[in-house]
Design a protein around this ligand. Structure first.
Ligand code: UD1
Length: 367
């Protein structure tokens, strides 16, 4: 048996990026190990995604769990080093920008294991975001930088990266989205939540800059109270957001907004069903900015910047920050005029996993 390729997942936004790559490597009969660091561990932040994305149970589970960023990153590194010593991978694939991504890429750099970073080159230019540090470090040390769009290539070139390390493959998360659209039609989420399709706005927030600061979080809730007088809001609440809402005494306030439906985090198929039938998405997530662009749904991003500018220049995304007035102005505009039209960026075509698998095959054949 050839040496294995290790595919790393850790947190919720990783699962939909690895699933299509794992399926494609399986189809090609490539020896692979699916490794879950356990950064996210709740049933509804992790396991349900394996079921919905038809991914097998991870071959290796590190069980890292929550902790400070340093503790989480260091624990993943220590455990992943042992895995690499034991399994001698021919290559490691990391995705996205979470702590597990940077931790495993660091181990590869120290052990001289070829590492591919999927979703390379994205930059918010905001070093207060933990993800920005993860992106910068991972891209500095990974061998193959697989970018989703031209802006990613350009950011890397501007940082002096050798062009031979940069390969534009497209957006692999869109593979999962397109693969799941049909299946998501059998989701019962609309009847479970007792909402009509095309009549609501979908909301997600979890970034520290929005929910760890009482003032910022409060201003967002002010906006939600007013928006809810015009359109129903559906809010699957991230564990971090729920914990802060309770800590800041906001939870009851959120719960008592009459036109706002608060739910636990949802599985992938239910969530795709909700996005696809929403009138507007309000979010601070990176992935949702891309999914709404791919589906042509207006997206209002509650951040000061985005590492995914193509969703603004080509897609349906508008960056508004987190002031009450800016959020309201944008949402009212969309309700009145329908929002930006946008188009789907090049190579966001549902075939990115195939292009990634071609690269993986060429690397391991040389080994
Ligand atoms: C992480 C990623 C972020 C991504 C987000 C998606 C980093 C730096 N951040 O942020 O980029 O957008 O995931 O969700 O890697 N918790 C649970 N159950 C879980 C996981 C977390 O209750 O299964 C709670 C814990 O209290 C934990 C908190 O959520 O302390 C935050 O989790 P953590 O993994 O540290 O970061 P996220 O905010 O989820």
């Amino acid at each position: 048996m050839n040496k294995p390729v290790i595919l790393v997942v850790g947190a919720r936004p990783n699962f939909m990026k690895i699933a299509p790559i794992h399926a494609e490597l399986s189809r090609r009969g490539i020896n692979q190990i699916l490794l879950h660091t356990g950064q996210h561990y709740d049933e509804n932040m992790s396991k349900v995604f394996f079921d919905d994305l038809e991914m097998p149970k991870p071959d290796i589970y590190l069980g890292i769990g929550s902790g400070s960023h340093v503790v989480q990153t260091a624990k993943v590194m220590m455990e992943f080093e042992n895995v690499c010593i034991e399994n001698q991978p021919s290559m490691v694939v990391v995705v996205g920008d979470v702590n597990s991504t940077v931790a495993c890429s660091l181990v590869c750099a120290k052990q001289l294991i070829p590492c591919a970073h999927v979703e390379a080159g994205l930059r918010s230019f905001d070093r207060e975001m933990p993800e920005e540090i993860n992106r910068l470090v991972t891209d500095a040390i990974a061998d193959f930088l697989l970018t989703p769009s031209q802006d990613g290539d350009q950011n890397l070139l501007n940082e002096g990266v050798d062009p031979s390390r940069i390969i534009r493959v497209g957006n692999v998360m869109i593979d999962s989205l397109f693969n799941s659209l049909e299946k998501s039609k059998s989701s019962m989420i609309h009847s479970d939540l007792d909402i009509e399709k095309e009549t609501y706005a979908l909301l997600t927030i979890h970034r520290p800059s929005n929910v760890d600061d009482r003032d910022a979080f409060g201003k967002i809730i002010d906006a939600l109270e007013e928006i809810s007088s015009r359109i129903r809001l559906v809010f699957p609440i991230h564990p971090r957001t729920k914990a802060r809402a309770i800590e800041f005494d906001f939870f009851e306030r959120l719960n008592s907004i009459p036109n706002l439906i608060l739910t636990e985090p949802l599985g992938y198929l239910d969530f795709v069903a909700l996005i696809a039938a929403s009138k507007i998405v309000l979010t601070d997530s990176g992935g949702l900015q891309e999914e709404t662009t791919a589906l042509g749904i207006p997206c209002v991003t509650l951040r000061e910047n985005t590492e995914r500018p193509i969703t603004v220049t080509e897609g349906t995304n508008t960056i508004v920050g987190n002031s009450t007035e800016a959020i309201l102005q944008s949402v009212h505009g969309i309700l009145e005029n329908g929002g930006k039209a946008g188009r789907v960026p090049e190579l966001w075509d549902g075939n990115t996993a195939g292009r990634i698998a071609d690269i993986i095959e060429s690397v391991i054949e040389e080994d």
